[in-house]
Design a protein around this ligand. Structure first.
Ligand code: ASP
Length: 332
């Protein structure tokens, strides 16, 4: 009896020692964080809109953290490859993840997702809201929305539509657009809309729906044709483009949002430090100026928080689930 009681006490003691060691370790870890290079994983190819936002963020967060922040592109499967990689990464604050609306649409689109979009990540904060634009190669026959709709219906077998894979924003926008105009086009998947834009510029693909962060300078430079924006209201940096709503597709609205995450289990003091760095980056003059030029703006500080991103992600998952299920689109 006595030895058994002693043994129990000893187990309790060792548990206590272990807990102190873990908490102590976390504190020390957070105190000298960051002491090596941080990587932001972008789940799309380099040169695209998510990559653009990530690189601006990396630069400005790096300045605040006094540590180099790099971007690693892990494109493929509409963003789910990169998400899976981060879900399995060490939760030590040195691997972060910048993803967009796809974090909320993938759970409905993929029957077997190798991660849980909510439970496997620590939210850090929202970053930006980005409008999308309907664009086509420069010599595409239609000159405005009216002509575009007529042309697509009459030539649906000839028109190719680029996207960044099932689960990407360009896929979501295209899926909703094709369903709104009741016309199926041939889709061409890429690892990101950076390479898709190259093919649009080169005329190898006809048509795309993509973020203003990837299309604004090409539209303004006259290198591609633009027809409409997908937001509820017109976009100040592209004032001549009508909304889809005013172009005869009532209530059509897709706005892309970006969130910054860390793997689940990243210590709270590290997350707190990253929140401060994110908020500082969103106030950075270069970030604000580049975002404005690209048709977007940083979110307000009260949205660049873990709570705001957690709430938004859950609401978006609930919003898109029935819409995607109704559209009957999924991947295995
Ligand atoms: N814009 C892409 C998408 O359709 C992703 C990217 O390349 O950033 O989701």
């Amino acid at each position: 009896m006595v030895p058994f009681v002693k043994e129990k006490k000893m187990i309790k003691f060792f548990r206590f020692v272990l807990l102190v060691a873990i908490l102590g370790g976390a504190t020390v870890h957070a105190q000298d964080y960051p002491n090596k290079v941080i990587t932001i994983v972008v789940p799309f190819a380099a040169g695209g809109p998510t990559d653009t936002v990530a690189r601006l963020l990396a630069q400005a967060m790096g300045a605040d953290l006094k540590q180099q922040v790099l971007v690693e592109n892990v494109g493929g499967a509409g963003g789910t490859l990169g998400a899976g990689r981060v879900a399995r990464a060490a939760p030590d604050g040195y691997t972060l993840f910048l993803h967009h609306i796809g974090q909320s649409t993938a759970p409905a689109l993929y029957r077997k997702l190798p991660y849980n979009a909510i439970d496997d990540f620590e939210p850090i904060g929202l970053v930006t809201d980005v409008p999308m634009t309907l664009v086509a190669r420069k010599d595409f026959p239609a000159k405005d929305m009216k002509e575009l709709l007529a042309y697509l219906k009459a030539n649906k077998d000839k028109v190719s539509y680029a996207n960044a894979g099932l689960g990407s924003a360009s896929h979501l926008c295209g899926m909703l657009f094709m369903s709104a105009i009741q016309t199926d086009l041939t889709t061409v998947p890429y690892k990101g809309t950076g390479p898709a834009m190259n093919d649009l510029l080169g005329g190898q693909v006809d048509f795309m729906c993509d973020q203003t962060t990837n299309t604004t300078s090409q539209i303004k430079g006259g290198k591609i044709k633009a027809y409409a924006v997908t937001t509820k209201t017109r976009v100040p940096s592209l004032p001549d483009l009508p909304t889809l709503h005013e172009s005869g597709l009532p209530n059509f609205e897709v706005a892309v949002w970006h969130g910054l995450y860390a793997p689940k289990g990243t210590p709270k003091p590290v997350i707190d430090r990253l929140v401060r760095a994110l908020q500082a980056a969103l106030k950075d003059a270069t970030v604000k100026q580049r975002f404005a030029e690209l048709g977007t703006e940083p979110v307000a500080e009260n949205r660049a928080t873990p709570q705001a991103l957690r709430t938004h992600l859950k609401a978006e998952i609930e919003k898109w689930d029935p819409i995607i299920k109704k559209a009957g689109v999924y991947a295995d």
